[in-house]
Design a binder for this molecule. Structure first.
Ligand code: GLP
Length: 240
């Protein structure tokens, strides 16, 4: 795994945006995208590049990692709403080319199969990842098999707590989500994983220095041939 350590969050976002922009400039790029607070700065920079006329997303297709179960796309807490707010509504992408799992599907198993087929068809040039405090990627919590495909997960208490800051009350945080599986994350051509702040330092160390184990889902990334960790100084603190 390559490691890029930046001075701060802004520099981390800039470095990540440049890598993604490189993919966007290729013909008909497919981007694997992530939610969470970490990539927001990167999305802002991509929007700025678009505003300056440096990038067009007209021919770009996107596939997101995950979505909460039971929250409709119109709900402001849905990951669909997050993506619209931070990126899709601000650029020239065609909405029908943007994909997230449907967490309100009646038959969630069928929805997982549909999403897996979509991921197999849309070969991602790049997959952007955030890192959970417990080492999760997407919503693949510790213990998730490395050969997993899209599935429904029960969120761990840690994750519910960590994500509750974005909801009015902790009790509003959904307890389940649909997530791209680990094998599918690994099938992207290139992966960048972003980490910012001291709260991620332990997970970053575990991912890079710990054993490759299902106890730390992100550790699997060391088996991929083209992964770059882009971390700010605080998140990389335990590596130095
Ligand atoms: C959520 C998302 C992950 C994300 C993680 C970290 O659980 N499902 O994809 O990486 O949170 O979020 P943040 O970037 O807000 O720390």
């Amino acid at each position: 795994m390559k490691t890029v350590i930046t001075e701060d969050y802004t520099q981390m976002s800039k470095a990540a945006a440049e890598v993604v922009a490189g993919a966007v400039r290729k013909k008909s790029a497919v981007l694997g995208l992530a939610t969470g607070t970490t990539p927001i700065g990167m999305y802002d920079m991509l929007v700025q590049m678009y505003d300056r006329g440096e990038l067009s997303f007209k021919n770009v297709r996107t596939v997101n990692l995950d979505e909460y179960v039971g929250i409709s796309s119109g709900d402001k807490n849905s990951y669909r709403a997050f993506m619209n707010l931070h990126l899709f509504d601000r650029i020239d992408i065609e909405k029908e080319n943007t994909h997230l799992p449907d967490g309100t599907a009646d038959d969630l198993e069928a929805e997982c199969e549909r999403y897996s087929r979509l991921i197999a068809e849309l070969l991602r040039d790049i997959q952007v990842l955030g890192l959970g405090r417990n080492g999760h990627i997407g919503f693949n919590e510790p213990g998730t098999p490395f050969d997993s495909t899209t599935h429904v997960v029960e969120l761990s208490e840690d994750t519910v707590k960590a994500n509750s800051r974005l909801f009015a009350r902790e009790s509003d945080v959904p307890r389940r989500a649909v997530t791209m599986g680990i094998a599918e994350i690994m099938s992207a051509h290139k992966i960048i994983i972003l980490a910012s702040g001291a709260g991620k330092a332990r997970a970053v160390r575990e991912m890079i220095r710990g054993e490759i184990s299902e106890k730390c889902p992100a550790s699997v990334l060391r088996r991929h041939g083209d992964v770059t960790l882009i971390a700010d100084r605080e998140a990389a603190n335990e590596l130095l």
